[in-house]
Design a protein around this ligand. Structure first.
Ligand code: HEM
Ligand SMILES: N[C@@H](CC(=O)c1ccccc1NC=O)C(=O)O
Length: 274
């Protein structure tokens, strides 16, 4: 995590003020609309607030992954429970954004050029942390080396699900070896052997209470991630309809396709065999 380095911040605690501690001067100088439209302020604020919440999600999920890797599941649960609430906040932002009318958005859209949420490195890092790895998405940041390096690192780290499966193996469940030693830069592929492990856990939660809770926390995470994606899709549909995206995709049809990308496949398929 970045520590503050500006000298003005190195004041005595007794001189510290609300605005100083929170760096409000810098934070509140970052909303600079490019158009004359009234609604651009909302557009900017929603995105900036979302990026801040994503920053917190990454902070919590990275720490949760470490905790799982170290078999400190209670610690991971605490963090994952917080992420679920942050996700609710992110999902709630669609309600506010939906107050933009198509005509008002059209009036500012030209100023956005080819910029797009597609270029959110924090969003992509979250997808990678969830296991939806895609090396092509790293190349989107070829013109921004620090962001590209951050994402390349996220691509190469095991996902929270990779670590969960390793925790299952340590607990004595027969997770197939190839799932434990897989190339974590590749998208996760469902495995019948992994489904069988979750089945064992779900069939007798009292024998595996912690692992059962881990499974349910992961399901919560995926569920809310999907609600966010769906809220985005429906908001985009009502604001720009079937226009192509500024980022170069088909727009709504692209967003509909990514909803099919599941993070923890066996946690869904196991339900059909219980
Ligand atoms: C009126 C509001 C919005 C519209 C019309 C819109 C439209 C789109 C479209 C069409 C795409 C597909 C990529 C492209 O071709 O541009 C996209 C992607 C994306 N947008 Fe938005 N968006 C809106 C608001 C937001 C907000 C508030 C966020 C929050 C950070 C966001 C985050 C993203 C992300 C992360 C992607 C990439 C999704 C992926 O690749 O799976 N968008 N958006
Ligand atoms: N892709 C959007 C533009 C857009 O929404 C956007 C543009 C700049 C910064 C963030 C954005 N939000 C999400 O994609 C569009 O096609 O209208």
């Amino acid at each position: 995590m970045e520590k503050r380095s500006d000298p003005s911040a190195e004041t005595q605690a007794s001189e510290l003020t609300y605005a100083g501690y929170l760096r409000l001067e810098a934070l509140l100088a970052c909303q600079t609309p490019l158009s004359e439209t009234h609604d651009e302020m909302l557009f900017i604020v929603i995105h900036q607030a979302s990026e801040l919440w994503m920053k917190l999600c990454l902070h919590e999920l990275t720490a949760a992954r470490t905790a799982i890797a170290e078999d400190r599941l209670d610690t991971a649960f605490k963090m994952m429970a917080r992420v679920a609430r942050v996700q609710q906040q992110l999902i709630g932002s669609w309600e506010i954004l939906a107050t933009i009318t198509p005509a008002d958005y059209s009036a500012m859209r030209g100023k956005l050029g080819s910029s797009s949420g597609f270029q959110s490195h924090q969003y992509r890092a979250m997808e990678f942390l969830m296991g939806n790895k895609n090396a092509a998405m790293v190349r989107v940041f070829a013109d921004a080396p620090p962001l590209q390096a951050m994402l390349q690192d996220a691509l190469e780290q095991p996902s929270i699900y990779d670590e969960a499966l390793r925790a299952l193996a340590r607990a004595g469940l027969p997770v197939p070896e190839e799932q434990l030693t897989r190339d974590v830069t590749k998208p996760y592929e469902a495995s019948p052997g992994v489904e069988a492990c979750w089945r064992e856990i779900y069939a007798s939660p009292e024998r595996y209470w912690n692992l059962y809770e881990l499974a349910e926390k992961l399901v919560d995470l995926e569920y809310r991630f999907q609600l966010w994606r769906f809220g985005h899709l429906k908001t985009v549909e009502r604001v720009i309809g079937f226009k192509r995206g500024t980022g170069g995709t088909a727009g709504v049809p692209y967003l509909a396709r990514v909803i099919d990308q599941v993070f923890f496949p066996e946690l869904l398929t196991v339900r059909a065999v219980l």
